[in-house]
Ligand binder design. Structure first.
Ligand SMILES: [Zn+2]
Length: 188
């Protein structure tokens, strides 16, 4: 299957967020590895940017619009939208949303140009939360929602460390390049 990451940016930010998009492309390849390792699924990867134009009508872009975009692009592809706004409604305990072959997460913008750790901590972790839901679901894992939320709670309230990886996808404790939820307690 194809996992297609779509970096959603405002028209006025076009060309200004290239560093982040470079990271998104690296992160996508990392997730190809992470999914294979933890969920035994081989995925192809694609990355794109999608530009949102200012809206004339008084309606903000929301999850509903992206679900429509997903259906138009084709529901057989797993579309993952990295968005510039906080989702209005979600069942998740993070700022993301999940449905069959569909994911989105709020992508916090970089404040300092080379702050990879910020991207790993704030954004990469949320992506892993939504990806874990989807691949657990595909593997017919019954508690594909609850167990991810239990782990997420333990990360934030129980000092459970996130998994940390370097650029070569090796586990590290020093300046991680990618960070994910700890999936070791999931029995697939
Ligand atoms: Zn969730």
């Amino acid at each position: 299957m194809l996992l297609h990451f779509i970096f959603v940016i405002k028209e006025k930010d076009l060309g200004k967020r290239n560093k982040e998009f470079e990271y998104v492309k690296k992160m996508a390849l990392f997730y190809q590895y992470w999914i294979k390792k933890n969920f035994s699924k081989q995925v192809d990867i694609k990355c794109d940017e999608m530009i949102t134009t200012p809206r004339i009508i008084l309606k903000k872009l929301d999850t509903h619009d992206l679900l429509k975009d997903h259906r138009q692009r084709g529901e057989k592809t797993y579309h993952f939208y990295l968005i510039h706004f906080r989702p209005l409604w979600t069942d998740c305990t993070c700022e993301g949303f999940h449905q069959e072959n569909f994911g989105l997460s709020y992508w916090q913008p970089l404040k300092n140009e080379d702050d990879i750790l910020f991207l790993a901590e704030k954004n990469c972790t949320v992506v892993s939360h939504e990806i874990a839901h989807e691949f657990l679901r595909q593997n017919r894992y019954k508690r594909y929602v609850e167990d991810v939320h239990d782990i997420w709670t333990r990360h934030y309230y129980d000092n459970l460390p996130f998994e940390k990886y370097d650029k070569n996808y090796d586990k590290t404790n020093n300046k991680p390049y990618f960070m994910t939820i700890d999936v070791s307690s999931l029995r697939l």
